[in-house]
Design a protein around this ligand. Structure first.
Ligand code: BES
Ligand code: ZN
Length: 614
């Protein structure tokens, strides 16, 4: 049995030792085989010895089938050893480098290999899981540690490299990657697609999608890609992308990635969005029909600086990625809508944060801003804590240093100073303290408690509550209503509410004790909740129904979670079914019947949520 101590001292989720010998470039040449559900071909890795006394490089790999490893220049085979697999981390792959006196210290090694059909970073969809129903679909999701199931690499965000790729796929498919498209070539029996990503980036940002795709231009540097059936809807929904990009540049500095495209995936995509450079991946559950869920795009755009340009050194410092991103996302919203709606978002998420921390346990070390991942896989540590506690901390820091203008100026210099690098929390702290050394107020910051203690943030900033007031009135009237006579809220109240306010109202009602079903029927009638398209509303409505043990709604819940894979929705709904004793076995049976079609990360985390150990 491999010990976890075999993992890297710089990144507890990786075997690699980039401080000794590191990968400096990645070149992929892969063939997509939908029948076998494998990618096969070659990865060429540029290698640099940092410690000249070391003659081997350590890579991560997960279920890869390695055929041979060789020196690209001489074609001579290199000795390698593939270690025993360690649960979700995979196997340590140690490759002996060529004799150093012959070729200096920089090498290119070639690895011929193929992926397993169970690669945790890939989802192979059958035609029936697509809109078109004719062609299969393939997409990747590498963050946090699944790149190693597709590419033998140093799978740690501490290592950043440029990459190129040539992907061969059958003729009828479009191939997209998190890179600049560099042309296609017809070949007999298929086509080759070329990609170049010159900006150095971590392995978790390499991304691939292959499907029957269309595109529409939505801005001077943006296209949206999706299956034909929904392309117009996507082009409408994301029409504000360029405004969001410009606002982000105004806040953060130059956008270095050239292109900003969007890819709308089939519904089984496990996240809301993923900031793959040049090509953000998003869930189709953002298609509300009224552009109301576009904050997810603002979020992924913000990652172009926070995460993609300046990257967390390992996932213990994930808040440097996500907390900063939420902070910028809300600033974009503030500028494009209003400061009130920026604060509304921040304020309403405090209650979600409190709910999450309660669920995780107020003393859980995973509710620290900086976490220890020695014994926890990043997929198990994932929660909104780094997002919301992180943004709360930054907002607090902003008030300490004198407000948005000072903080934003600081952020621009921070992004530029650390661009193309990976850093940890200490480096951020050091730079912040240096930058603001003339502000005496920064001495009050209790970094230790903010960063390294569990529970709710120690300061909740004063947010503007203008938009909350109307919601709270609505909630009070509804919750205190006995259910007799007419509902005390009606069309007049509804007309004043934005989509986000409706979402918040439902969120709050879902946190209250179960409501009686007759009351819920009136609420349903007011907002037409049974037919709502907005997934954030639908999700909260279904949670309210489950809490009320409204049996009729269980079928609706199951049919939704059997199509939609977004874990933000699916996990709480499964948890709700599980905690309703009468439905527990139905939930488990439904999961077992459907897990085969789920992406690894969803099946893996749901199995834990449902206490299924196999
Ligand atoms: N990078 C994350 C998604 C992610 C995190 C994938 C960790 C795998 C591991 C992405 O930027 C994200 O945070 N998405 C959110 C968007 C929301 C906060 C606006 C989501 O998926 O819901
Ligand atoms: Zn994010």
């Amino acid at each position: 049995m491999v010990k976890k101590s075999a993992l890297s001292p710089l990144d507890p989720s990786s075997f690699s030792r980039p401080e000794l010998v590191k990968v400096t470039s990645i070149g992929l040449n892969l063939n997509v085989n939908f029948d076998k559900k494998v990618l096969s071909g070659t990865a060429e890795l540029g290698v640099e010895r940092v410690d000249k006394s070391i003659n081997e490089i350590i890579l991560d790999s997960l279920k890869l089938n390695i055929a041979s490893i060789y020196d690209v220049q001489t074609k001579k085979p290199l000795k390698y050893e593939l270690g025993e697999p360690l649960a979700e981390y995979g196997s340590k792959l140690t490759v002996q480098l060529p004799e150093s006196d012959k070729c200096g210290c920089n090498y290119k090694i070639g690895i011929d290999y193929e992926t397993s059909p169970e690669a945790t970073g890939l989802q192979w969809l059958s035609p029936k899981a697509t809109c078109g129903k004719k062609h299969p679909f393939l997409f990747s999701q590498f963050q946090p540690t699944h790149a190693r199931s597709v590419i033998p690499c140093q799978d740690t965000p501490g290592v950043k490299t440029p990459y190129t790729a040539t992907i061969s796929a059958p003729q009828e498919f479009t191939v997209l990657m998190s890179a600049i498209r560099d042309g296609t070539k017809q070949m007999h029996g298929g086509k080759l697609s070329h990609f170049v990503q010159k900006v150095p980036m971590p392995s978790y940002l390499i991304a691939l999608a292959v499907g029957d795709l269309e595109s529409r231009e939505i801005g001077p540097r943006s296209h949206v890609w999706s299956e034909r059936e929904i392309i117009e809807e996507c082009a409408y929904e994301f029409a504000n992308t360029e405004h969001q990009l410009k606002t982000a540049e105004d806040l953060c500095g130059p956008y270095v990635w050239g292109i900003y495209d969007l890819l709308v995936l089939p519904p089984s995509f496990p996240y809301g969005g993923m900031e793959n450079p040049c090509l953000t991946f998003v869930t189709p559950t953002l298609l509300a029909g009224d552009r109301s869920l576009a904050n997810v795009i603002a979020h992924e755009i913000a990652h172009s600086w926070t995460g993609n340009l300046v990257t967390n050194r390992n996932f213990e410092h994930f808040w440097l990625n996500e907390g900063f991103t939420v902070f910028i996302e809300r600033k974009i919203k503030g500028r494009l809508e209003s400061p009130q709606s920026q604060d509304f978002d921040a304020y309403t998420h405090v209650t979600e944060l409190a709910e999450t921390i309660n669920l995780m346990g107020k003393t859980s070390p995973l509710t620290n801003l900086v976490v220890k991942l020695d014994d926890v896989h990043p997929d198990d540590a994932f929660s909104i804590v780094p997002y919301e506690k992180g943004q709360t901390f930054l907002r607090y820091l902003e008030t300490v240093v004198g407000g948005p203008a000072d903080m934003e100026e600081f952020l621009r210099t921070y992004f530029w100073k650390y661009k193309y690098q990976s850093i940890d929390t200490d480096e951020f702290k050091k730079y912040f303290e240096e930058y603001f050394k003339d502000k005496p107020a920064i001495k009050e910051i209790d970094w230790q408690t903010w960063l390294y203690t569990p529970g709710m943030p120690i300061v909740i900033p004063e947010y503007d509550k203008t938009l909350v007031v109307a919601c709270d009135e609505f909630i009070d009237k509804f919750v205190n209503w006995s259910g007799e006579g007419q509902m005390p809220v009606g069309d007049q109240d509804k007309e004043k509410l934005s989509t986000f306010q409706v979402i918040y109202i439902l969120q709050k009602i879902s946190e209250k004790p179960a409501q009686n079903i007759e009351k819920l029927k009136s609420l349903n009638a007011l907002f037409d909740l049974d037919n709502v398209k907005n997934s954030e509303i639908k999700f909260r409505w279904l949670r309210i129904c489950l809490k009320a043990h409204w049996e009729e709604k269980v079928d609706t819940v199951l049919s939704w979670i059997n199509i939609v894979g977004r874990m933000k929705f699916v996990r709480p709904l499964y948890r709700d079914l599980y905690s309703w004793e009468k439905m527990r076995s139905r939930a488990i049976d439904n999961f077992k019947a459907n897990r085969q079609g789920m992406m690894h990360v969803s099946a893996y985390t749901l199995a834990k949520d449902l206490h299924i150990d196999e």
